[in-house]
Design a protein around this ligand. Structure first.
Ligand SMILES: [Zn+2]
Length: 562
């Protein structure tokens, strides 16, 4: 019999193969003919249309965590996983509670420089600062200001910007991105491609490890990958962090950003040229320098409010090695709605990421259509609070249901292609792990080619949920359909992609369109299925490629995979 729980009606993915099971409670017979590939593809496209249209409808209010729309989403996913016959993935539950704390500034934070730079940059237009600590007020008084270059401590690269300075109690000024990007030198870090050390998340963490009282990153549009408006929008509103027993006392008291103009003035007041100091910071052996007699005082008043949301988890238990798992992820959340805004006030998040969430359900169906259950456990994890900083996946990785050491792989989906079949598939973070070899095998049947991401300097690899798995050492694959349209060529595909980024990405216009051609997205889903299904029925453990920044973490738990 087919591996489908009998008696559970659900809409049907493989039309040719399971037409009976939706209406009959009897198990489908084994001899059902294998579907034609195009039939399968079109059926998956139909499934993606259905889920995306529902999840991105106004009824779901933009799927913000801890809202009515968020709860509707959790309920919908739970029902749909059950309907296709995927069991609960967290014991007997389909959900995993994620506790978060929302921290909101109650007054405009103040930054006052003194000494040679007597200035108080304006909040939002010249600087943003805040605190993710749970107590309030947070005050840093008269701290020495130090330029620590890129703020990187990378022992495996013999690079430590903090080597000659004690940053404890000081305010550190840090450059965005990394020396490889700055110089274009392929021998330095990963050249033009942003490394983990280039991300603001890392820089904040490292400054805290060094005991800094404050960290201010200098914003530049090129190396950051986004304009100041994004910094302003994302840091001046409420900050959501995971609940932590220590009240986030492990984070630096004050975190923030300076505009390039503010930084130029700051360095000039210290008798330095910002561009010159930036150039020095990219030279191996750079030494941190105090900015003369300049000091910074900062104060932030906040209110903290606890709330919770849910990851949704479904699983197909492995028949012979249930502790070994393949985990598909997609974030179900989006940006929600603004109650009193005029016009369209719902950020529907149709592409981002109703499509990926729908794909999780489609993948569950594909795996359940197999003639036998998988040898390893296959997990479908729809995570919450991705838009708040990858929090749902971080919570899962810190509180895993399936052991991290024996999680074989993570395959992540975030924003699928809506413009039809393409010849290419883009691997974000190309050159990371042997999962790319699996993908290379899989694309042959679709006559497609793998291409590296066009803008690795923007650090997209660090901006979706697979990254939390990668940090924990789990080989992770994050790919997207490319732009080389089979019907209309590459230029047209690039236009579609650019049009989405410019006009709909993270905007109320990211709405469902029944005219979308989701056959390309369906082909991507088939690739992920092929990889996941192969991994689920073999004993191999794909590894990070040599030189990858997460290889060491994975290797440390090698004994668990003997
Ligand atoms: Zn997304």
């Amino acid at each position: 019999m087919k591996y489908r729980l009998p008696g559970i009606p659900g809409f049907c993915l493989i039309l040719a193969a399971c037409g009976d099971s939706a209406t009959n409670s009897a198990p489908v017979v084994e001899s059902a003919p294998a579907p034609e590939p195009a039939t399968t593809r079109d059926a998956i496209a139909g499934v993606l249309h259905e889920h995306t249209s529902i999840l991105a409808s106004d009824e779901f209010e933009g799927r913000a965590p801890a809202t009515r729309g968020g709860q509707l989403t959790i309920d919908y996913l739970t029902e749909q996983f059950a309907a296709v016959g995927a069991g609960p993935g967290n014991g007997d539950s389909y959900t995993q509670q994620v506790d978060v704390v929302e921290i909101t500034a109650t007054t405009d934070p103040v930054l006052q420089f003194s000494g040679s730079f007597d200035a108080s940059p304006a909040y939002k237009t010249e600087m943003v600062i805040g605190s993710r600590r749970h107590d309030s007020p947070i005050v840093v008084d008269d701290s020495e200001v130090v330029f620590v270059g890129y703020g990187i401590n990378a022992p495996e690269r013999g690079w430590n910007d903090y080597a000659n300075i004690d940053a404890a109690g000081k305010t550190v000024i840090v450059l965005v991105n990394d020396p490889g990007y700055a110089t274009g030198d392929p021998e330095l870090f990963n050249g033009n491609a942003m490394t983990w050390y280039g991300r603001w998340v890392y820089k904040f963490e490292e400054a805290a490890r060094q005991g800094a009282a404050g960290i201010l990153i200098v914003h530049e549009t090129g190396p950051a990958g986004y304009g100041w408006d994004v910094v302003d929008n994302s840091w001046s509103g409420p900050q959501i962090t995971l609940a932590a027993e220590n009240g986030n006392s492990h984070l630096a008291p004050i975190e923030g950003w300076l505009t390039l103009e503010t930084a130029n003035a700051l360095f000039a007041a210290a008798g330095m040229d910002y561009e010159e100091m930036k150039a020095q910071a990219a030279v191996p052996g750079f030494s941190a320098v105090p900015l003369g007699d300049i000091r910074a005082s900062m104060s932030v008043e906040t209110a903290a409010r606890g709330s919770s949301s849910q990851n949704v988890i479904a699983a197909i238990p492995g028949s012979t090695r249930p502790d070994e798992s393949i985990i598909y992820t997609a974030h179900w959340d989006h940006l929600g709605m603004v109650a009193d805004m005029e016009g369209d006030n719902i950020w529907n998040g149709a592409v981002d990421n109703a499509t990926g969430t729908g794909a999780l359900l489609a993948l569950a169906e594909l795996h359940l259509e197999q003639p036998a259950p998988p040898e390893r456990t296959v997990v479908f994890l729809a995570v919450t609070a991705e838009e708040s900083g990858l929090l749902g996946s971080q919570w899962y990785v810190e509180n895993p249901v399936y052991p991290i050491e024996t999680t074989v792989a993570n395959i992540n989906m975030d924003a699928l292609n809506t413009w039809g079949r393409v010849r290419d598939i883009v691997v974000i973070g190309h050159g990371s792990s042997e999962l790319e070899d699996y993908l290379a095998d899989a694309v042959v049947s679709q006559d497609r080619t793998i291409v590296p991401e066009p803008t690795p300097e923007r650090g997209f690899y660090y901006r979706s949920d697979h990254f939390n798995f990668a940090r924990a050492g789990v080989p992770s694959l994050y790919a997207e359909g490319g732009t080389d349209s089979r019907e209309n060529g590459n230029d047209w595909g690039v236009e579609q992609s650019e049009d989405y980024v410019a006009n709909r990405y993270h905007a109320p216009g990211d709405e469902y369109d029944p005219d979308w051609d989701l056959t390309g997205a369906a082909e991507d889903v088939l690739l992920y299925f092929e990889i996941g299904n192969r991994l689920a029925n073999e004993t191999n453990w794909p590894e990070w490629y040599e030189g990858n920044e997460f290889k060491e973490t994975r290797d440390a738990s090698a004994a668990a995979r003997d």
